[in-house]
Design a protein around this ligand. Structure first.
Ligand code: ADP
Ligand code: MG
Length: 320
């Protein structure tokens, strides 16, 4: 995950001191969606900046309240319980977008993996590897094609299906927060939700990509202007069972955690797309992942495979 925040900030301060003397920096940190959210803006007046940043945090909290599977009354928890529900336009749209990412990744990205995730969470608790039959059983519910969107209503075709937005909601929240900042007049800013980053304004932001196997080291430094970046990795959230490393990203084909990659980083226009595509390419692995990104307009990726070999899409180096 891209969390070398220190580097991001040191380099930025240096940049702005030279050319934007009338702008002051304002930043704040909160915890939302189980991760650290950092918002940083440059503005002429600190008071306005503070208000804008507070509204952006409120927006992230609003999205968390809708999409969280840890809140019993969230729209998604209700949909998961009932299997069919009237949903808000926003939920319908993000489900539609998730299905789109499933289609282009041939099912590597699939929000219906929740029953499988729950099986592995249970396995972690009990410290017992699930059987092949248990995995297959849980994975019977995985299939984005069984989510039906009909005007304001979303239905699951199979009883027991459940959706999880962990692979896309943070990116979506970042996009929405950026919208709020822009609307309130902020011209230059950055929102970072646990490594799902979007920066805006006519400035270049320097973002260090942490080395997944060597925390103090970094793989490369990205130079981004009006772009988003996200990384999916196996090195921050995982556990071990029978000496096997189980990460939090599921390969929907096998029902096991995805094993081909150590990390996948996407640079593209929106944080929603970067988030979903990083999860999708992490599952697909280097070869198929890069093929997908080559077809996708305006996206580039850097994948590290399990042998620690680095693969880049053809124009990734434009951001280095
Ligand atoms: P992180 O949440 O660590 O930033 P990701 O963006 O890659 O990483 O999202 C991983 C989360 O997405 C998991 O914790 C889970 O909630 C969900 N998920 C796991 N496997 C898949 C998958 N194949 N497709 C879509 N979502 C997934
Ligand atoms: Mg993701």
């Amino acid at each position: 995950m891209i969390q070398n925040g220190f580097l991001v900030f040191v380099i930025l301060t240096f940049l702005f001191s030279g050319c934007q003397k009338n702008l002051t920096e304002y930043s704040d940190i909160r915890i939302f969606m189980g991760t650290t959210v950092i918002i940083k803006v440059y503005s002429k007046d600190n008071n306005t900046a503070g208000k804008s940043v507070a509204s952006a945090f409120d927006e992230i909290k609003r999205i968390e309240d809708i999409f969280s599977i840890y809140r019993n009354n969230s729209e998604i928890s209700i949909l998961n319980k009932k299997g069919s529900a009237e949903v808000s336009d926003e939920v319908r749209e993000l489900i539609g977008r998730s299905k789109y990412f499933s289609e282009i990744s041939e099912g590597a990205f699939d929000i219906t993996v929740l029953p499988v995730i729950e099986l592995w969470r249970n396995a972690k608790k009990k410290e017992k590897m699930p059987t092949q039959a248990e995995i297959e059983n849980a994975n019977k519910f995985t299939d984005y094609r069984n989510i039906i969107i009909n005007e304001g209503k979303v239905s699951f075709l199979k009883k027991g299906m459940k959706a999880d937005f962990g692979g896309i909601a943070k990116g979506y929240a970042v996009d929405r927060a950026v919208n709020i900042l822009k609307k309130s007049g902020i011209k230059i800013g950055m929102v970072n939700a646990g490594g799902n980053i979007r920066c805006f304004g006519g400035k270049i932001w320097f973002i260090a990509l942490q080395n997944p196997r060597e925390k103090k080291d970094f793989v490369t430094i990205l130079k981004l202007k009006n772009k988003s970046v996200a990384t999916s990795g196996d090195y921050e959230r995982f556990f071990s069972l029978d000496k096997k490393k189980i990460s939090h990203i599921i390969n929907p084909i096998t029902g096991f955690s995805a094993e081909d990659s150590i990390s996948s980083t996407i640079v593209t226009d929106t944080a929603t797309d970067a988030d979903a595509l990083s999860t999708a390419t992490f599952v697909l692995g280097a070869e198929k992942g890069i093929k997908l990104i080559e077809k996708y307009k305006n996206a580039e990726c850097l994948i590290i495979d399990k042998e620690r070999k680095i693969y880049k899409s053809p124009r990734f180096s434009e951001y280095e």
